[in-house]
Design a protein around this ligand. Structure first.
Ligand SMILES: NC(=O)c1ccc[n+]([C@@H]2O[C@H](COP(=O)([O-])OP(=O)(O)OC[C@H]3O[C@@H](n4cnc5c(N)ncnc54)[C@H](O)[C@@H]3O)[C@@H](O)[C@H]2O)c1
Length: 416
């Protein structure tokens, strides 16, 4: 098996490293940053003449491998994916497919017309945790799903790192947080309900990471901030103890105290969290209706200590409470009255060692097996992934207009 890799950043290198460890050759790599290109070329053993500084230059070679991994930034996905489809590649594509819903649909149509497989990196589908939930629900012991309460707890430090200082802080640079972060959650709701979304409503905004909440006298950067000693977002306090691990490994390539110091003095991650060019929401509350009658509420919040997702799934004959942070699923069957004992079991889910609760390795395995056995049913499809993206875009429209959005009308409006 041979893959090409376009975008050798944090995500690209996760997939590249998995491929290299599993005997898959990375035939060529494209990466804009020279330091990252050299690092990827060396770690993934890519010959010098197969290292490119741009994805389109690599794709101009035509099809030279079995599949393409596209892990560039959100706004580059469309051009790279359309060109890779023209070459004849099956594709592992990082989410979001594109920040523009019309581009998502164009990719879907082209892939389906050409009969090419695009697996969007909705890594949660490939975890034991969500896989176990899906199995219980499909097994039918609790009857049909009636309603779901789902929460995505981003974690205040994760929010500050990725969505205030980092790549996804501003929707004009990447995409709204509901698409960028929560297309995963919307995909999971589609998967668990096994249905299609019909209507959505959303409320929310950016409350906390704003200039008016900065400590008195705070500077533009932590290195010269008089309030640094008492601020929990002080970048030195956040990143120094985590050198060699996420998220410090995103701040600078070389994981030394000197390189970190330099990056925090001049780079984006040393900026005051209250004085960044961020505009994405730090909280959203949403309601969704599905074709099979299931209703769901979904809450996305930055203001939590832990990074985790929890769900309460109410079914006809029982309920499930699940928390991926605790790796625990509690399944309860209803009794006739409080006088009767009821059936409840606790499942402690084993998670894989790779990132995203084992989902990073899980998706690579599934994608690779799918290429080797094309008749094998995949856990997802480009059309299912586009559906979650359109839900996210409709939710953002609802938040901005204050109106409930009908999904069929939203999709039809994309053709106008
Ligand atoms: N599936 C998930 O759970 C998950 C998690 C985090 C990020 N993501 C997504 O993965 C994508 C990449 O995120 P990341 O954290 O790796 O970002 P990153 O910035 O570390 O990596 C992107 C890389 O693409 C390179 N690049 C930019 N333009 C290029 C071009 N024309 N040709 C070749 N390379 C180019 C950049 O230099 C950078 O190194 C984003 O779209 C992001 O939304 C997905």
């Amino acid at each position: 098996m041979k893959y090409i890799l376009i975008g050798a950043g944090s995500r690209g290198m996760t997939y590249g490293a998995w491929a290299a460890e599993h005997g898959i050759e990375i035939a060529a790599v494209a990466e804009k940053r020279p330091d990252r290109l050299a690092d990827a070329g060396q770690k993934l053993k890519v010959p010098e003449n197969m290292r490119f500084s741009d994805g389109l230059a690599l794709l101009s070679l035509g099809k030279i491998a079995d599949a393409a991994i596209i892990a560039t930034m959100d706004r580059d996905h469309f051009a790279h994916t359309m060109a890779a489809l023209d070459c004849g590649y099956d594709i592992l594509l990082e989410k979001p497919i594109s920040p523009d819903p019309r581009e998502c649909v164009a990719i879907e149509e082209k892939a389906n017309t050409l009969g090419r497989r695009i697996t969007v990196c909705h890594v949660l589908r490939y975890t034991n945790f969500f896989g176990t939930l899906k199995q219980i629900l499909d097994g039918g012991e609790l009857g049909k799903i009636v309603a779901i309460k789902h929460s995505e707890n981003i974690g205040n430090y994760h929010m500050a790192h990725s969505f205030v200082r980092g790549n996804w802080r501003n929707d004009r640079l990447s995409s709204p947080i509901i698409l960028q972060k929560s297309c995963h959650d919307l995909d999971i709701l589609l998967w668990l309900t096994g249905s299609h979304c019909t209507k959505v409503s959303a409320f929310g905004g950016l409350s906390f990471f704003r200039p008016e909440n900065a400590p008195q006298g705070a500077g533009e950067r932590c290195c010269d901030c008089p309030a640094a000693d008492t601020c929990r977002f002080n970048a030195y306090r956040v990143y120094t103890p985590l050198l060699g691990q996420w998220p410090a490994d995103v701040v600078c390539l070389e994981q030394t105290p000197e390189a970190l110091e330099k990056a925090l003095r001049s780079g984006p991650y040393g900026r005051c969290v209250y004085r960044c060019d961020n505009n994405v929401c730090d909280h959203m509350s949403m309601i969704l209706e599905f074709e099979n009658g299931v209703t769901a509420t979904f809450s996305l919040t930055a203001q939590t200590n832990a990074v985790h997702r929890n769900l309460h799934i109410m079914c006809e004959d029982g309920e499930i409470e699940a928390d991926d942070g605790k790796r625990q699923i509690v399944v309860t069957k209803f009794a006739a009255s409080p006088a009767e004992s009821f059936d409840s079991r606790v499942i402690n889910v084993r998670t894989g060692p790779s990132g995203h609760g084992g989902g990073d390795a899980g998706i690579m395995e599934d994608f690779t097996e799918g290429l080797q056995n094309p008749d094998r049913e995949s856990r997802s499809s480009i059309s299912r992934s586009v559906e979650s993206h359109l839900m996210a875009c409709a939710l953002e429209q609802s938040r901005l207009t204050g109106k409930t959005v009908d999904m069929a009308a939203f999709r039809a409006s994309l053709l106008e």
